[in-house]
Ligand binder design. Structure first.
Ligand code: ADE
Length: 288
């Protein structure tokens, strides 16, 4: 079974990586590959199909818009003004709009939270300012998802990032205190996301992680567009080790095969390393 799966992987990598063409507008895939992609669907494990689906939809020309609803917009300033997320915005591939929920409170003290009905420690974020802001945004455009960041949700992973990278407009609501009034979740939220089984002070850091993992999948955001496809987790395995110059540092040598110039052997070595590292560090991934 594992043997078959590794063969599939090799076919997939070879075909997929060599067939993708990136243009200024996004990803262009020849029709031939679209037909083959359907065949792949039958033979590939589910997550591989999602990678293909991802690349197909990224042919879209629209820019991805992400509206973030928070009571601490300043928390995003540094995270979004560097490196990849900054480049995505400068190149016009993504637009991130920060909204301060407090600005939408009709309360004279601009309150955003109140005591929990039934008692208990911790405040609850009120419906009113969040609802006003969501309704305002929804009146302006259609949203694919309204996401609520919360520790009590399904845990985020690469597959979810692949899927979300297909969206055009997304709202991300960051929770605080004990969370938001359940009625916001029941009536406005379309998807809930946790970044792991631990509790953060608020959803802001979690939202920044989700945005980062999604934007780097948009063609043109990374300097080498295909590299996102060979990331750890993208094909269900961890990445192989990487080396750069010098080939020999105080007697610590780079594996010979990487200096051989033999692409076939190098690919085989990487495949084996990926598999071995995954088996050792994350055997659970091989069971999925
Ligand atoms: N808010 C607080 N903790 C969180 C988590 N683990 N994931 C997403 N949002 C959160």
């Amino acid at each position: 079974m594992i043997f078959l799966w590794m063969i599939n992987r090799q076919i997939f990598r070879k075909k997929y990586n060599s067939s993708v063409k990136i243009s200024e507008n996004g990803l262009l895939i020849p029709n031939r590959l679209l037909r083959e992609a359907n065949l792949f669907h039958l033979m590939m494990p589910k997550n591989k199909w999602e990678i293909i689906a991802n690349s197909l939809l990224l042919q879209k020309n629209e820019i991805m818009r992400i509206d973030i609803l928070t009571i601490f917009p300043e928390m995003f300033e540094s995270a979004f003004s560097h490196s990849m997320i900054k480049r995505a915005q400068e190149k016009g591939l993504a637009k991130i709009c920060l909204h301060n929920i407090r600005d939408y409170s009709t309360d004279k003290h601009k309150s955003v939270d109140d005591y929990a009905f039934g008692g208990g420690a911790g405040m609850v974020m009120m419906i009113q300012p969040i609802e006003s802001l969501i309704l305002k945004l929804k009146a302006e455009r259609t949203y694919d998802e309204i996401i609520y960041m919360t520790p009590d949700a399904k845990v985020w992973n690469q597959r979810e990032a692949n899927k979300l990278s297909l969206a055009e407009n997304i709202i991300i609501l960051c929770g605080h205190y004990k969370g938001v009034d359940q009625r916001v979740r029941d009536h406005y939220i379309t998807r809930e996301v946790s970044i792991g089984d631990y509790v953060l002070t608020g959803g802001e850091l979690a939202a920044a992680i989700v945005v980062d993992s999604v934007l780097r999948l948009i063609p043109g955001v990374l300097s080498d567009e295909t590299s996102a496809l060979t990331d750890s987790h993208q094909d269900g395995l961890l990445s192989p080790p990487v080396y750069t110059r010098p080939a020999n540092h105080n007697g610590w040598k780079v594996p010979e095969v990487l200096l051989s110039g033999n692409d076939k052997k190098i690919n085989e070595w990487r495949e084996n390393q990926s598999f071995e590292i995954t088996r050792r560090v994350r055997p659970d991934l091989l069971d999925e």
